[in-house]
Design a protein around this ligand. Structure first.
Ligand SMILES: NC(=O)c1ccc[n+]([C@@H]2O[C@H](COP(=O)([O-])OP(=O)(O)OC[C@H]3O[C@@H](n4cnc5c(N)ncnc54)[C@H](O)[C@@H]3O)[C@@H](O)[C@H]2O)c1
Length: 526
C-alpha cells in the first residue's frame, strides 16, 4: 500500500501525508525534505545551483529509491515530481496516486509570499500559480483520483484517501482525457455519482438493448433519477446484426427529442454492441458529449468498454465507421454478469486468455489455476481476470491510443478470427469463439516460424478448450476464410501486421506479405 500525494504547491500534500500516516499508522516521507537532507542543500538552493532539469533527475532517483525500499507508506511528492511521464506512469503502477487541488486564490493564500519556492521566486504569486496549474493540468489529471481540498478538513480528506487506497480504480492515463475503470461487486450503485462527475446538466441518455433492458435498465434508471436527473431511455434490438447506422440514428433522435444539451451525457448499459454504438452516438451528438460505460457482458468488461474505439457495421464489414471517443468513466459490476448466458461468458473468456498471453506468465498461470472458478462464474476469480485484462489494455492504450503500432498487439487471434466470423456470415459463431480459433492458428503459425514452442501451443489449446472454447482450427482454414483474410488487407496494403505470439508475455507484430500468410495458414489446415 503506497499512497502518493501530488498536486500544485499549496495544495496541502505534506500536511495531508502526515495526517494520513498518523491516522492509519503508516510511515511517511516528504520528498522535498528527503532531498534536502540527502543533498545538504535547500530545494531553492539546488534549483539555483543546478537548474530544474538536474533537480528533477535527482528527485526522480530519490523517489524511485524510496519506492523500491518501502512497500507501504504515504509519500508527499513535490509539485513537479509527476512532470516526468515515465516516472508518473511508474507511480501509477506502484501505488495509488492522488492529486490534491484547490482554487488558485486558496493556493495563493496557503503559499503566502512564496518564500523558499523556486518556481514562484520574484513573481506575482497568484498569476504564476494560475499559469503553473493550467500548464500542468494534463499531467495532474493522470491519477487515481483528484481530491478537492477547498473547505474540507484533514480528517475528511484522510478518509477519502484511505477508502480510495483500499479499492483503487484502474487508470487509463491519457492526459486531460484520462479516466478510471472501477471493477467490483455491486458498484453499479456509483453510477449517479460518476455521471455527476462528467455531466453538467440533468438530461442523461441511457442506452441498452431489448435483452438487457428488462434485466437491468430499470434499476440503473432509478439510480440516475435520484439526482433529479431526467433519463431519456433508448432500448435497441439486441445483437450484432443491429449494430447499424439505423440503431445509432435512434439514439440521436431519442436524445434530441428528449432535449439533451451539451452538458448532458450518454450512459451505455450493455455488451460491446451497445457500448460501441452509444460511444459513437455520444462522440457525434452535439459535436460530442461524454459517455459512461456500464458493461454487462464479460467481453465488454475486459475489452470493448475500455480504449475508446466506437463504431458500427456497414455492408462493407464490421466497425468500418467509427471514432475514438474515450469514456468518462467505466463501471464493471460483476453482479451484472449473473444473468449472462454461459456461452457469452465463455466468449468473453477467450479475450481474457488473449489478454493474459499478452500480459505474461503470471497471468497465464493464474488463469490455468482459476479455470474452473471462472467457468462457474466465481466472483473473486472473475474480478481478478477482469482486472488483469483491463490493466494490460490500459497500459497499451495509454502508450498508443490510436493504434499506430503497439495497440495492434491487442489483435492477437483476430486476423483469422474475424475472417472465420465473416465466412460464417456472423451467425452461428460468437466473436470470442472465433478469437479462440484465431489464437490457436496464430500460435501454430508462430511455432512454424520458430517463434513459439510446441509447449506454448499445447498450453494455449489446453487452456482454451478447458474453458469450453473451440480450438480445432484446421477445418476452418478453407478457401472462403483465406479469401476474407486476403480482402482484409488493411486498406490497400499488400502486407498484414500479423500478431505472432511466442511464450506468454512475448507477443510481437510481424509485417507479413499476404501470399506468405495465406500459404503459412494453408499449411496448418492439416
Ligand atoms: N470497441 C472495442 O474496442 C471493441 C473491442 C472488442 C469487441 N468490440 C465489439 O463488441 C461487440 C461484441 O460484444 P458482446 O460480446 O458484448 O456482444 P453483445 O453486446 O451483442 O452482447 C451479447 C448478448 O448478450 C446479451 N447480454 C448482454 N448483457 C447481458 C446480461 N448481463 N445478461 C443477459 N444477457 C446479456 C446481449 O443482449 C446480447 O444478446 C462486437 O460488436 C465487437 O465489434 C469492440
Amino acid at each position: 500500500l503506497r499512497i502518493f500525494l501530488s498536486g500544485p504547491m499549496g495544495s496541502g500534500k505534506s500536511t495531508l501525508a502526515k495526517h494520513v500516516a498518523k491516522r492509519f499508522g503508516l510511515p511517511h516521507w516528504d520528498l522535498d525534505s528527503v532531498i534536502e537532507q540527502r543533498s545538504g542543500a535547500t530545494v531553492a538552493g539546488l534549483f539555483a545551483a543546478r537548474g530544474e532539469a538536474e533537480f528533477r533527475a535527482l528527485e526522480g532517483a530519490i523517489v524511485r529509491e524510496l519506492v523500491a525500499e518501502n512497500a507501504r507508506g504515504v509519500f508527499a511528492l513535490g509539485g513537479g515530481t509527476v512532470l516526468d511521464p515515465v516516472l508518473r506512469r511508474e507511480l501509477l503502477r506502484r501505488g495509488v496516486l492522488v492529486t490534491l487541488r484547490a482554487d488558485v486564490a486558496e493556493l495563493a493564500r496557503r503559499v503566502g509570499s512564496g518564500a523558499g519556492r523556486p518556481l514562484l521566486a520574484g513573481q506575482d504569486v497568484t498569476a504564476r500559480l494560475r499559469e503553473l496549474t493550467a500548464a500542468r493540468a494534463a499531467v495532474y489529471a493522470e491519477c487515481h483520483a483528484t481530491l478537492d481540498t477547498n473547505g474540507r478538513d484533514l480528517e475528511q480528506l484522510a478518509q477519502a484517501v484511505m477508502s480510495l487506497a483500499n479499492d483503487p480504480p484502474i487508470v487509463v492515463p491519457l492526459g486531460l482525457r484520462s479516466y478510471r475503470v472501477e471493477v467490483g461487486s455491486g458498484i453499479r450503485s456509483r453510477v449517479g455519482e460518476r455521471v455527476s462527475g462528467c455531466a453538467k446538466s440533468e438530461r442523461i441518455v441511457l442506452v441498452s438493448d431489448e435483452t438487457v433492458a428488462p434485466l437491468w435498465a430499470g434499476a440503473i434508471a432509478a439510480l440516475l433519477r435520484q439526482g433529479q436527473r431526467k433519463v431519456i431511455e433508448v432500448v435497441l434490438p439486441a445483437g450484432e446484426e443491429h449494430k447499424t447506422l439505423r440503431s445509432v440514428e435512434r439514439i440521436w433522435e431519442a436524445a434530441l427529442d428528449g432535449q439533451v444539451d451539451r452538458g448532458g451525457a450518454v450512459v451505455a448499459l450493455g455488451g460491446g454492441v451497445i457500448g460501441d454504438m452509444a460511444g459513437f452516438a455520444a462522440s457525434t451528438l452535439l459535436r460530442g458529449v461524454p459517455v459512461g460505460q456500464l458493461p454487462t457482458t464479460l467481453l465488454a468488461m475486459v475489452d470493448s468498454s475500455v480504449g475508446g474505439k466506437t463504431g458500427f457495421d456497414t455492408r462493407h464489414g464490421k466497425n468500418l465507421v467509427g471514432t475514438f471517443h474515450q469514456p468518462s468513466f467505466v463501471l464493471c459490476d460483476v453482479e451484472m454478469l449473473q444473468t449472462l448466458p454461459i456461452e457469452e461468458r465463455r466468449a468473453g473468456l477467450a479475450e481474457v486468455v488473449k489478454a493474459a498471453w499478452i500480459e505474461g506468465e503470471t497471468a497465464v498461470s493464474e488463469l490455468e489455476r482459476d479455470r474452473e472458478a471462472l467457468l462457474a462464474g466465481q466472483t473473486e476469480a472473475t474480478l481478478r481476470a477482469i482486472r488483469m485484462s483491463i490493466e494490460m489494455k490500459a497500459r497499451i492504450v495509454s502508450e498508443d491510443e490510436r493504434e499506430s503500432d503497439l495497440r495492434a498487439l491487442l489483435n492477437l487471434g483476430h486476423t483469422v478470427g474475424h475472417a472465420i466470423e465473416a465466412a460464417e456470415g456472423y451467425q452461428g459463431m460468437r466473436h470470442g469463439e472465433a478469437v479462440a480459433l484465431g489464437m490457436v492458428a496464430a500460435l501454430r503459425l508462430s511455432a512454424r516460424l520458430g517463434r513459439a514452442s510446441q509447449n506454448d501451443v499445447e498450453r494455449a489449446v489446453a487452456l482454451l478448450s478447458g474453458l469450453g472454447l473451440p480450438t480445432n482450427v484446421g477445418p476452418y482454414l478453407h478457401e472462403r476464410v483465406l479469401s476474407f483474410i486476403a480482402s482484409d488487407k488493411k486498406r490497400g496494403s499488400e502486407r498484414i501486421a500479423f500478431v505472432v505470439p511466442g511464450a506468454p508475455g512475448s507477443v510481437n507484430l510481424r509485417s507479413t506479405p499476404i501470399p506468405e500468410l495465406l500459404s503459412l495458414l494453408t499449411a496448418l489446415e492439416a
